[in-house]
Design a protein around this ligand. Structure first.
Ligand SMILES: Cc1ncc(COP(=O)(O)O)c(C=O)c1O
Length: 354
């Protein structure tokens, strides 16, 4: 029945999200969700907003939320763009800022939505290989291009770049937009948000799905100088005037303001990640140094697919990609200490673990 489709639909390569299975007692370490709940202030704000006012459209510019984000990052509210998850912010970014005559550059191993958006918007790309240690080498980006996007830390490797390297990348390409996707920055990296005042080509994208535990509300944002935000707003207002509903706006505002909750949860995740990394290393795993809320690790003997299946059979779900270079690695989201212990127990029971 695809004769009814617009021609582009057959050419799309849709993103495949991690499973959300309905299995009881599953240890779900496959989509980088936060194991701790959102700020109680965010939940209270949702409850307070869940009333008669829902018959009214929400604020199309999410003013209170943008002001809260601006205050937190020391920028002006008109330097903040918000969207329905950072995926939507990224989608608008690809359309508004990353399509040029020269190619868009991004790493060959990275967030798999980048190729999907490039296909959707028909953007010419060149994928820049990570080095042999799975690192982004910024000198490899010294080539003619129309734009650059990288995650910092990168996904699914978890490896971060120092802020000086990010600045070198941004300052080294003054004529093209450089987008830094900081979905995981709060777990050990340093944000480039402070650089936006100095660099008219820098856009920083963040999400409330990970460090603020609001994946279910779908809120992300971008920080940049006014001309970049203006481009995003033009695309957004040609697409959906109300991407953030009333509940999402109040929840996100409260979550941004509750710095104490944010600090406690992210520190717990960092501590569990470092312990899990050490235990995996002690078992002979190859573990990439992670600054994110996940680790990317390879069993010393078994294939990625074998370990993935063995874990799944015991009710532990992690993420595995059957792709060149990374097929033997698993991306393990950081859960609670108890969840990570369950994972380790299954791994220790595998035949070839030393
Ligand atoms: C690198 C990266 N960017 C962006 C996102 C999107 O997050 P969200 O749409 O939940 O804000 C993800 C989600 O996994 C990610 O890994």
């Amino acid at each position: 029945m695809s004769q009814y489709w617009s021609p582009i639909v057959s050419r799309l390569a849709p993103y495949v999200a991690g499973e959300q299975p309905r299995i009881q007692n599953l240890v779900k370490l496959n989509t980088n969700e936060n194991p701790y709940g959102p700020s109680p202030r965010a939940v209270a704000a949702i409850q307070a907003a869940a009333g008669d006012a829902l018959r009214l459209y929400p604020d199309p510019s999410a003013t209170a939320l943008r002001e809260a984000i601006a205050k937190r990052f020391g920028v002006d509210a008109d330097q903040v763009f918000v969207g329905n998850g950072s995926d939507e912010v990224l989608a608008h970014t690809f359309q508004a800022l990353l399509k040029h005559d020269k190619p868009l550059l991004y790493p060959d191993i990275t967030y798999s939505f980048y190729p999907t958006y490039s296909r959707l918007y028909d953007i010419d790309v060149v994928e820049i290989p990570l080095d042999e240690g799975f690192r982004i080498k910024i000198s490899d980006y010294d080539r003619p291009c129309g734009a650059i996007i990288i995650p910092n830390p990168n996904a699914p490797t978890g490896i971060g770049l120092a802020i000086a390297e990010i600045e070198a990348l941004v300052s080294g390409h003054p004529d093209v937009p450089v987008v830094v996707d900081e979905a995981y920055i709060d777990f050990g990296g340093e944000t480039a948000a402070n650089l936006i005042v100095r660099y008219p080509n820098l856009l920083v994208v963040q999400t409330l799905s990970k460090s603020r535990s609001l994946a279910g509300m779908r809120v992300g944002f971008a920080l940049g100088q006014r001309h970049l935000i203006d481009a995003l707003e033009r695309v957004k207002d040609s697409f959906n005037s109300y991407p953030l509903d009333r509940l999402a706006q109040v929840a996100a505002t409260a979550a941004i303001e509750d710095v104490e909750w944010f600090e406690i949860c992210r520190q717990k995740i960092i501590a569990t990640r470092d312990r899990l990394s050490d235990e995996l290393l002690a078992m002979g795993f190859d573990v990439l140094p992670s600054q994110a809320n996940f680790v990317f690790a390879r069993h010393p003997a078994l294939s990625g697919a074998e370990v993935y299946s063995a874990l799944r059979a015991k009710g532990v779900l992690v993420r595995h990609w059957n792709k060149p270079r990374i097929a033997d690695y698993l991306r393990i989201s950081i859960g609670t200490d108890a969840e990570c212990d369950q994972l380790l127990e299954v791994l220790k029971s595998l035949p070839a673990a030393s």
